[in-house]
Design a protein around this ligand. Structure first.
Ligand code: HAM
Length: 412
């Protein structure tokens, strides 16, 4: 679990701001749900035989003996809320997004933490492949907007309750013949969750399953048609993607389209975002029979990719350097006035020498510095220094905000 320190927070705020902006363009509204839910919610949605439910949840009993769990993901809590508040009665089509901490007791490594953060989006009520394409278009738009381009989109279809059992059977038959070479986890998974064997990172398991039957060869007519239409729309939207029939997801609620945004930059934690369709989840949780599709991005992973591709930190637009107490008082009032007018202004409060104050302006990477002493106050004007090229001009204090705004507009 990490502290997010002030020099990283700018990137976090940028990533969050862009999510509000981009998701808003697609008609998604924010929803905020608690970090704690009844344990049963996750067992029923994510699935009893998944790694998350079997070994990664932070679960405890509260003082009344209720079993509660720190949310390991956001889809189930958002659907719980959607059902509980009967949001479908107002509008059966809901487009929701969320951001916040999630908790999984995993072995920590680069890009994998026990408290991590997701930004996620869920579209409920429409099963048309156009919605799958729209959600993927929004995800790609987001990556473009935040300037992360070392990622690629992989898609797959996991079928539906009609066609999955036959695939599962074919896969189990294939795995049974190779059981002895599989790792002990996979030997167990053959029974409990055979699709996950395809996802195992152990080289022997990967080798043993290279010729495993493909889920795409076992889709029923409806699922195959849906998948081909999704591909069609992605091509019409000119979104690059590849089909990865070995992509299985770590949560049981998926049906039909699944996808991951993967990167080669983060070692084995290669999924920066992931999601898919979950047409049975809402009814499984006791709600109406409405389909859904969504995704979640791992914010820590976005930050890691972003810092390999640094954005300039927010710079103060002006640093006020004051010589003497009277000037300091004046600068203090001036600073407050300029801040009210929307400028990012800093000053030093400890009466240091001019040299020390200018050092501070440099450290903060201020764009301009204004040097004010008693003479400048008497004359009503002061030297404004451009900290990037060291050029200087004299500015009337009355006109400071206007001059600064025009200089800042010139260089942006
Ligand atoms: P997930 O694949 O479990 O899906 O997680 C989504 C993303 O969260 C991952 O691709 C990764 O970027 C990030 N993530 C997961 N675990 C960790 C961790 N321990 N440390 C850092 N980042 C992590 C879901 O959670 C689904 N709810 C996504 C979804 C939404 N499907 C439909 N709607």
């Amino acid at each position: 679990m990490n502290d997010i320190l002030p020099d990283e927070v700018g990137t976090w705020q940028f990533l969050e701001r862009e999510a509000h902006r981009i998701f808003g363009l697609y008609g998604f509204n924010e929803i905020r749900v608690p970090v704690l839910e009844k344990t049963e919610l996750f067992c029923r949605s994510i699935g009893e035989a998944t790694d998350i439910v079997e070994k990664e949840m932070y679960t405890f009993e509260d003082r009344s003996g209720n079993s509660l769990t720190l949310r390991p993901e956001g889809t189930a809590p958002v659907m719980r809320s959607f059902i509980e508040h009967r949001l479908h009665a107002q509008d059966p089509v809901a487009k929701l997004y969320y951001m916040g901490p999630m908790f999984r007791y995993e072995r920590p490594q680069k890009g994998r933490y026990r408290q991590f953060h997701q930004i996620g989006a869920e579209a409920v009520g429409i099963d048309d492949p156009m919605m799958d394409a729209q959600v993927l278009a929004m995800l790609c738009h987001y990556f473009k907007a935040v300037g992360i381009d070392q990622v690629s989109l992989q898609i797959n279809s996991l079928g539906c309750p009609e066609c999955r059992p036959a695939y599962r059977q074919a896969l189990v038959a294939f795995l049974d013949e190779r059981r002895s070479v599989l790792c002990s986890d996979c030997q167990r998974r053959c029974q409990t969750n055979p699709l996950r064997v395809l996802d195992c990172k152990v080289p022997a398991c990967q080798e043993a399953t290279t010729a495993a039957p493909s889920v795409l060869d076992h889709l029923c007519g409806g699922c195959a048609g849906h998948f081909s239409q999704v591909r069609n729309y992605l091509e019409a939207l000119e979104l690059d993607y590849s089909v990865n029939p070995r992509m299985v997801r770590g949560l049981d609620y998926y049906t039909k389209t699944t996808f991951e945004m993967v990167t080669g930059q983060l070692g084995s934690q290669n999924a920066v975002a992931a999601g898919g369709r979950y047409d049975g989840l809402i009814s499984d949780l006791g709600g109406p029979a409405l389909p859904g599709i969504g995704f979640a991005m791992g914010v820590e992973r976005l930050v890691l990719l972003k810092s390999q591709n640094p954005a300039t930190a927010q710079r103060p637009e002006l640093f006020l350097a004051a010589l003497g107490q009277t000037a300091a008082r004046h600068c203090f009032l001036l600073m407050n006035d300029l801040q009210q007018r929307g400028l990012k202004v800093e000053m030093d409060f400890s009466g240091k020498s001019l040299k020390a104050q200018m050092r501070r302006a440099g450290k903060l990477n201020a764009r301009y510095a204004l040097i004010v002493g008693d003479d400048e106050l008497a004359a009503g004007q002061a030297p404004l220094r451009n900290m990037d090229d060291a050029s200087q001009e004299t500015v009337a204090l009355q006109e400071l905000a206007a001059v600064l705004n025009s200089r800042l507009a010139d260089c942006s």
